[in-house]
Design a protein around this ligand. Structure first.
Ligand SMILES: Cc1cc2nc3c(=O)[nH]c(=O)nc-3n(C[C@H](O)[C@H](O)[C@H](O)COP(=O)(O)OP(=O)(O)OC[C@H]3O[C@@H](n4cnc5c(N)ncnc54)[C@H](O)[C@@H]3O)c2cc1C
Length: 468
């Protein structure tokens, strides 16, 4: 059957739903094509449930930190309670009827199924064809990347979805992948009582971040009993009735009840019909320009574009696409690398260039590193104060071009660092700024002060700021 509309949205997930509501609010006729849950990965399987779980796990750990510091606490984790909260409080039992009602209540037409381009401004869903007067938006997201490790396909591994939906806590878990998601979820399960091992093939956790950040995180995870194996590519996986066995290249065999594959995300464009609008699908993503345009009358946003895979990026792109479709003030997508946060405890937050990236660019730069316990607030904080600041300073321009904060609330401290890096605030201004005392973000001022005094690295974790 043939249909007509203003906009066809292929994928009404995290970014797609946001765009749909913007376009509907502006009075456009929108057809949303979605085979799964309206609202997508972030709402049901990723950011929201994982952050609720992290908050619960952090509460447990903070309670444990009471001992010997402020009293005594005997902590009894209850995974069943958490699983119920995930179901009831964030995911609605993986039921999207509220989101569907919101979308349809504002005039959206929902088509359940997989959509693919069938020529300019046309989308096919089964036997139905939808022609879009304004255009088509592709927002089909990404999937867990499953590495081609011998035996892996046969062992019934978990993906992040299985952790989020788990009704019972496994006694033990090997996490394949020491990136953001593997570290976040591994720590949650460990804090609830699972014996967790993280295996990372590169030489450190969070390989995209500063080595100092990875070092602090690895130390914190080890201190709470998580086994961390880095530089450990996995050669094969096998299973018997009881356990899964993971063998690394050096012959180490790691056994656990469950195996979580957290080795990143992959993009599948094979079924999107890109060739029908003159776009080569072999790029393995949907390439976009500054306005998120793919071809005449076709836009894309979110993970499928292969830009940084974050909800804040998908939502930013949704705004760009909405403005472009609605003919509002033309603004290009912000091409600066977005801020990135890993919500482990300690949190790892970063923006802009790492030291290695600055070196690759060939700019003249300095680096200043200060351990969090060597700042006033970090020192006062006591238990749970593992952390570090690392700033990359463009020497010629006198601005920060990269910054990393690790520690409690580092994801919040990141706000100031992102502003400084993205707005190229002069370092002198940052040095003279008045920071609330004693705040975590005040540590940035202390770090810049150390740099101004010619100290490039303040590494001594036993530093006592009250001793002259
Ligand atoms: C465990 C985990 C935790 C995360 N935590 C964070 C976090 O704290 N902060 C953060 O910024 N990011 C986080 N992310 C990343 C974030 O979830 C994604 O970047 C974001 O959800 C991507 O949004 P999207 O709109 O591109 O895709 P999605 O939300 O995945 O939506 C894509 C939709 O397209 C649909 N679809 C696919 N193919 C078709 C088709 N052919 N036709 C129609 N529909 C189709 C899918 O069913 C899906 O609903 C996390 C990811 C994971 C896995």
């Amino acid at each position: 059957m043939e249909h007509e509309t203003d906009v066809v949205l292929v994928g009404v997930g995290t970014g797609g739903e946001d765009l749909a509501l913007r376009l509907l609010g502006a009075g456009l006729d929108v057809v949303g094509v979605e085979p799964n849950l309206i609202g997508g990965e972030c709402a049901y399987w990723a950011c929201l449930p994982s952050k609720l779980m992290i908050r619960a796990a952090n509460l447990l750990q903070e309670a444990r930190r009471v001992n010997g510091v402020a009293g005594t606490a005997d902590v009894t984790p209850d995974w069943g309670l958490l699983a119920t909260r995930v179901r009831r409080e964030v995911t609605g039992g993986w039921d999207d009827s509220t989101a569907v009602a919101r979308f349809e209540g504002r005039g959206g037409r929902l088509v359940r199924g997989y959509g693919r381009l069938a020529g300019p401004r046309t989308v096919a869903v089964g036997d139905d064809r939808f022609t879009a007067r304004r255009g088509v938006v592709l927002a089909t997201g990404s999937q867990p990347a499953i590495p081609p490790i011998p035996g892996l396909a046969d062992v019934g591994y978990w993906t992040t979805h299985d952790v989020i939906a788990a009704e019972t806590l496994p006694a033990s878990l090997v996490v394949l992948g020491g990136g953001t998601v593997g570290c976040e979820l591994g720590q949650v399960l460990a804090r609830f009582g699972a014996q967790v091992t993280i295996v990372e093939q590169r030489d450190r956790l969070l390989p995209a971040e500063e080595p100092e950040a990875a070092g602090v995180l690895a130390g914190a995870l080890s201190d709470e009993g998580i086994a961390v194996h880095t530089g450990a590519p996995v050669e094969k996986v096998s299973a018997d009735d009881e356990q899964i066995a993971v063998t690394t290249a050096d012959g180490t065999v790691l056994r656990a009840e469950r195996l979580l594959v957290a080795t990143g995300r992959s993009i599948d464009v094979s079924g999107l019909g890109l060739d029908t609008v003159g776009v080569d699908p072999s790029a393995g993503r949907v390439p976009v320009d500054g306005r998120c345009r793919v071809a005449d009358g076709v836009w894309a946003l979110g993970d499928v574009t292969g830009t940084a895979m974050f909800t804040h990026v998908a939502l930013h792109q949704a705004g760009i696409v909405a403005d472009d479709i609605l003919g509002l003030e033309p603004a290009d997508a912000d091409e600066r690398p977005p801020p990135r946060a890993t919500f482990t405890d300690p949190e790892v937050a970063a923006v802009g260039l790492t030291e290695a990236a600055a070196r690759d660019l060939g700019i003249a730069f300095d680096v200043v590193v200060k351990q969090l316990p060597a700042t006033f607030r970090g020192w006062l904080h006591g238990p749970g104060n593992a952390g570090v600041f690392k700033l990359v300073v463009d020497r010629d321009a006198g601005v920060l071009v990269g910054a990393t904060a690790v520690g409690p609330e580092a994801g919040e401290t990141l706000g100031m660092l992102a502003l400084a890096v993205h707005a190229r605030v002069p370092l002198n201004g940052l040095r003279r700024m008045i920071y609330a005392f004693p705040s975590f973000h005040g540590g940035i001022g202390e770090t810049i002060g150390a740099y101004a005094r010619g100290l490039v690295t303040v590494l001594d974790p036993d530093f006592d700021p009250l001793v002259p």
